[in-house]
Design a protein around this ligand. Sequence first.
Ligand SMILES: NC(=O)c1ccc[n+]([C@@H]2O[C@H](COP(=O)([O-])OP(=O)(O)OC[C@H]3O[C@@H](n4cnc5c(N)ncnc54)[C@H](OP(=O)(O)O)[C@@H]3O)[C@@H](O)[C@H]2O)c1
Length: 241
Amino acid sequence: MTVVAITGASSGIGEATARELAARGAAVVLGARRTDRLEALAGDIRRQGGRAAVRAVDVTSRDDLAALVNLAVDEFGRLDVLVGNAGISRISPVADLDVDGWSAMIDVNVRGVLHGLAAALPVFERQRRGHFVTTISTAGLKITPTMAVYAGTKNAVRTVLEGLRTESTAGWLRTTSISPGYVRTELASSIDDPDLREQIQTSMNEFALDPEAVARAIAFAIEQPADVEIGDLTIRPASQN
Ligand SMILES: NC(=O)c1ccc[n+]([C@@H]2O[C@H](COP(=O)([O-])OP(=O)(O)OC[C@H]3O[C@@H](n4cnc5c(N)ncnc54)[C@H](OP(=O)(O)O)[C@@H]3O)[C@@H](O)[C@H]2O)c1
């Protein structure tokens, strides 16, 4: 049994990943702020014979991430994988100077992932086994208007995971950065500007991937033999430019 903790498990990619991995036999440890959603998801998973534990997590709190990792160890004896997936996209043109939005993205998308690393790495070291998976974005590969700061947060995480990879060649730590293109989720709800929100929502409705596609990519990376590290995976709708 693989034990996987997932941040941002209350909707979208995180929720789909929890369902996919639980269906494949993993025990899942679910973190997000909307615990009603997490409880409902855990209930579904348990009804289908799976194992799930739930904790309220705000990834901007280092203590919350430590508690999520501890829950995995207390309930299931260890943590094999942490999926650092929680994220927000308060996108806008740089010239709008949405400093609050920038700060919020840095707090959730960058600090949130770092808090996960800080919580899980000591456990992985003790176990001599562990895997960090994170959801970054194609926004960081093809930089488009309104996405500059969002893309910057995603590329900061890309850089940190690649750095950690180069520091971790003893063979027991794996890192995977998943870069999705448009995925049909609730992500657009964090966009303040109504026109921009509508525009992104329209793209999502028109050609975005279902979150299950990303969940399957995450499962693929996790299920490789322990000596095989899938470093980067890009997964877009075939019609995305
Ligand atoms: N959808 C796309 O097109 C797309 C493309 C590339 C990358 N991504 C990335 O994929 C990841 C998942 O997003 P999604 O598309 O699945 O969107 P989503 O449906 O909005 O899910 C975002 C998740 O992040 C959680 N979250 C947000 N702020 C949080 C915080 N402070 N603490 C804990 N959890 C928090 C939310 O849970 P609560 O609100 O319950 O806390 C929710 O579960 C994000 O990192 C996003 O940047 C998405």
